[in-house]
Design a protein around this ligand. Structure first.
Ligand code: GCB
Length: 580
């Protein structure tokens, strides 16, 4: 599905603004779109409500759309959406992190006005991605099983419809990304795939609606024509191609200008190649070392809602940190951040919303088909971005209790990702701290991603022993002959809490924690990346292990650096100079 564009053949109307809103059957209120609704009111129900919310606004179809095709495009509605026009259902979509379109051409006349209603359901359970804890009343910490009064309390919570995430981030929901009315010629370009190779051969495929001739012109960054071809698929050759490099190299972008009958669409792309060879990750044939914190879409007021000011600030803070990558932990992000990364040269590990699958029973639940659909949609949406270098099938499922069942679930998804991606990027599955000797699926990936909390969740506070244990595990992985990324490691840190002795939760401990872990990584050549958890503090559901959210950020939630951010900035300046 193409991202909306405004040009001489296409008109895109952004429907951002204040819409009518109600929680369940509650009173009508007002809400800003796009954004999570949860933090837009002091009413506690905005954060605790489980079920459907309703959005309403007026939709005007301009008279000048006469003779055109027009669709409503929702970039993301979390989690399940039902869309109504004048009270009549016109579309449904499952899943809160990927776009969907509804064709209005034959439903609403140009020059007419309508009531547009969007129902969003935020409930999560064993058949949604991400996963919810159906019926369980505690996610983190002990919930004192067996005590009569506590059990009675839990029963009461279930009766009230408690619906908790099986993951460690707040279940922000609603219309979190833009809604746009997009008009284009009736004979139009539907999709474009570009597969560049380093020698300047650019393969492309264009899907269209209607019959006609497709013309493709390749423009360089100055807008000069450097190649041209005709036909719905083919190859264009560019002489002396300039490669897309990650920062601090130049992320050089070309544009494929596609013309089809009266329609035009500009698809940017970069010429770059990602591959795994032996124990190395190669970008354009050269070894690359990933260094950058994982990132959540999370900020005050907006929740998970698109905020381009925040996105730009984050990109500049990634540059400030001397970081070169992030993982979209734990769901596909808004399309705008991938566009920014293409331009800023920041590398992305793109992750499906398969998080919370730590219960062993999940391999018995009927999730695979839906998971495969989400993975396919994510790859189709993001396959042209040069910044996307690795697909992540999911985060921290149970993989060691029933290693064969886990293998049978994940390996076909691994194969699917390779089949669906014409650029054939490396694929990974992010592994949880576990009995690694039993695990079959994590070592089967192209590149091993493991999350480890030595010194925090285990061997807590004892960094000397944490290093001893981590090194022992790294020795085990060294024999596997694969490149490895430490894809999460971190320590909750309360900004402003200091100690001459670096004890847990102080800024000094966080800095010391990273110093210790990095010393272990630096000794090993097969380690091709370090991705601390996490870029910034973020909101979670309430629990005894979370003080106003997860505090493992290198930055506070409002993006102020903690001590460790300064330390990593210095380390990554050296790495940038040496390794990348
Ligand atoms: C993890 C999860 C991440 C959590 C983090 C933590 O392993 O992948 O979602 O937020 O640990 O801080 O506990």
């Amino acid at each position: 599905m193409l991202y909306p564009q405004n040009n001489k053949s296409r008109i895109t109307i952004d429907m951002s603004g204040i819409w009518d809103f109600r929680l369940g059957e509650g009173p009508w209120q007002r809400i800003a779109v796009p954004a999570s609704y949860n933090d837009q009111s002091p009413d506690p129900l905005f954060r605790s409500h489980a079920g459907t919310v309703c959005y309403r606004t007026q939709l005007n179809i301009p008279a000048l759309f006469h003779g055109m095709r027009y669709v409503l495009r929702f970039d993301a509605v979390a989690h399940d959406a039902t869309v109504l026009l004048d009270g009549e259902e016109i579309g449904r979509h499952r899943g809160g992190f990927l776009p969907f379109e509804i064709d209005l051409t034959d439903r609403a006349e140009p020059g007419s006005a309508h009531e547009l209603t969007v129902m969003a359901d935020n409930r999560i359970n064993h058949s949604t991605l991400p996963i919810g804890t159906e019926g369980d009343t505690a996610f983190f910490g002990s919930d004192n099983p067996g005590i009569t009064s506590v059990e009675a309390g839990k029963k009461r919570q279930r009766e009230k419809g408690i619906n908790l995430p099986a993951f460690d981030f707040f279940n922000y929901t609603g219309i979190q990304r833009p809604v746009r009315l997009c008009a284009m010629p009736r004979c139009c370009i539907q999709d474009i795939t570009v597969v560049p190779s380093l020698d300047g051969h650019i393969q492309y495929t264009v899907e269209t609606l209607g019959e006609g001739t497709v013309e493709v012109t390749i423009l360089d960054m100055e807008g000069r024509e450097v190649g041209r071809a005709q036909g719905a698929q083919g190859t264009v050759e560019i002489e002396n191609p300039v490669l897309w490099e990650s920062w601090p190299g130049t992320p050089y972008l070309y544009t494929a200008r596609v013309r089809f009958e009266g329609d035009q669409y500009d698809q940017t792309f970069g010429i770059r190649q990602v591959e795994v060879k032996g124990t190395q990750l190669l970008l354009n044939g050269k070894p690359i070392y990933l260094h950058g914190p994982c990132r959540h879409e999370d900020s005050p007021f907006h929740g998970r809602g698109l905020d381009q000011v925040l996105n730009m600030t984050d990109m500049n803070l990634y540059h400030w940190l001397n970081a070169n990558c992030f993982r979209t932990s734990h769901y596909p992000n808004a399309e705008e951040i991938y566009q920014l990364c293409d331009r800023e040269g920041i590398l992305i590990v793109d992750e499906t919303p398969a998080v919370g699958m730590w219960a062993d029973e999940h391999y018995g639940w009927d999730l695979w088909d839906y998971h495969a659909k989400v993975l396919t949609e994510m790859i189709h949406r993001d396959r042209n971005h040069p910044s996307v270098i690795i697909w992540s099938l999911g985060n921290e499922p149970s993989t060691d209790t029933y290693p064969d069942k886990a293998y049978d679930y994940w390996y076909p998804l691994y194969e699917l990702a390779h089949r669906e991606d014409p650029q054939n990027r490396p694929v990974t599955l992010v592994g949880c701290q576990n009995i690694y000797e039993r695990d079959r699926i994590i070592p089967a990936m192209d590149i091993v991603f493991i999350n480890r909390y030595y010194g925090w969740y285990n061997l807590s506070g004892d960094l000397e022993t944490a290093a001893y244990a981590l090194k022992m595990e790294l020795d085990w992985w060294a024999d596997k002959g694969k490149p490895m990324v430490l894809s999460e490691y971190g320590a909750d840190t309360v900004a402003g809490l200091h100690g001459a002795v670096p004890e847990m939760f102080t800024e000094e401990f966080q800095a010391e924690f990273y110093r210790t872990i990095h010393a272990c990584l630096d000794e090993r050549d097969f380690v091709v990346g370090e991705m601390p958890w996490v870029y910034a503090d973020f909101s979670t559901c309430q629990g005894p292990m979370r003080v106003g959210g997860n505090r493992k950020g290198l930055f506070t939630r409002d993006r102020r650096p903690k001590l460790a951010a300064h330390a990593l900035r210095a380390r990554w300046a050296e790495i940038k100079a040496k390794k990348s």
